[in-house]
Design a protein around this ligand. Sequence first.
Ligand code: PLP
Length: 394
Amino acid sequence: MKRFVYADNAATTRLSPAVLDAMLPWLTEGYGNPSSIYSKGREAAQAVLDARRRVAAILGCDSSEVYFTSGGSEADNWAIKGTAHRLAAQGKKHLVTTVFEHHAVLHTCAALEKEGFSVTYLPVGEKGIVSPRAVEAALREDTALVSIMAANNEIGTIQPIAQIGALCRERGVLFHTDAVQAVCHLDLDVRRDNIDLLSLSAHKIHGPKGSGVLYARKGTVPWNLIDGGGQERGKRAGTENVAGIVGTAAAMELAHSRMGEELPRIAALRDRLIEGALQIPCTRLNGDRERRLPGNVNLSIEGIEGEALLLKLDARGICASSGSACTSGSLDPSHVLLAIGLPHEVAHGSLRLSLSEENTSEDVDYILEVLPQVVEELRAMSPVWERMKAEGRC
Ligand SMILES: *Cc1c(COP(=O)(O)O)cnc(C)c1O
């Protein structure tokens, strides 16, 4: 029987009904401007203040270190460009990152290179994990910032950010982490892990789209992002997205409170999905098997086209992705899969299934029923597959 299974939670997640409930008053009667003096304004300001405290408690920082943004991309841009511009005045014009960051980081670094900054892009090896020693070796006298994601959005690999944070702190270099995929999925604490700047996004954890956070440790606040009114301590002006901010805090609190019971359950679903999918001949798992996000499965299935696979899965009610959502539509294989050494043709046949707390055991059963059938159908009409079989490669 056809079902509907949403298995693309790394692209976005469904807004949780409890989060919507928390937001609704601020989209309706609570329309006051937080900067206004009368009580309708003060109530909105109080809601923003509350949200800031709740976010800070989860990140392990002070609420004065939380800046609300329009999402993960904005937080990444602000952290990197704002820090580069701030420290360029001290002659620090070098950045260190990895080759498999999200485009919000990579394209930001490329923009800085055009302005005359230099950037070192570290490799991540075939397991998809950057080595702290390579980070250390890349540091220079003029290094302003190290930006390394906490977990990769395509292959789910978890990076040794606490080690990287410790060595950056020791060397006096600022450390930013894109934690969009990691927040509420991994144990993070900005103080313990020596993180100076951190980006997160609400819509990856069942919160609203267009809402996120930049954490910036005291004394490491990047240059102003938006000049205007005094919002976000004058660093990021513009009337606050009160509902989005309240929704971000609600989503974080909800996800955080469920980590203990949900993450092991999701990881067990992931493991069953991996085990089942690897029964399909000539299929491999991309990224380290152990050090990966609880909900991430990323496969390369030889002899098929990822796009064709997605369409066939969609016809059977399964939402998944190949490469990242931002690049599907282009024919270039994912930069992440190329970074871990996959040949182009293998990278083209990749499939990412990402699970969340809304997925069930029945979802996994259904995917494991449909996926092998769909792969067989596609391979039956694939000349590439024919050739591979004829050459005894599969
Ligand atoms: C989704 C994502 C982003 C972008 O966040 P938006 O809120 O969609 O702008 C950045 N980095 C990573 C790792 C992501 O997964």
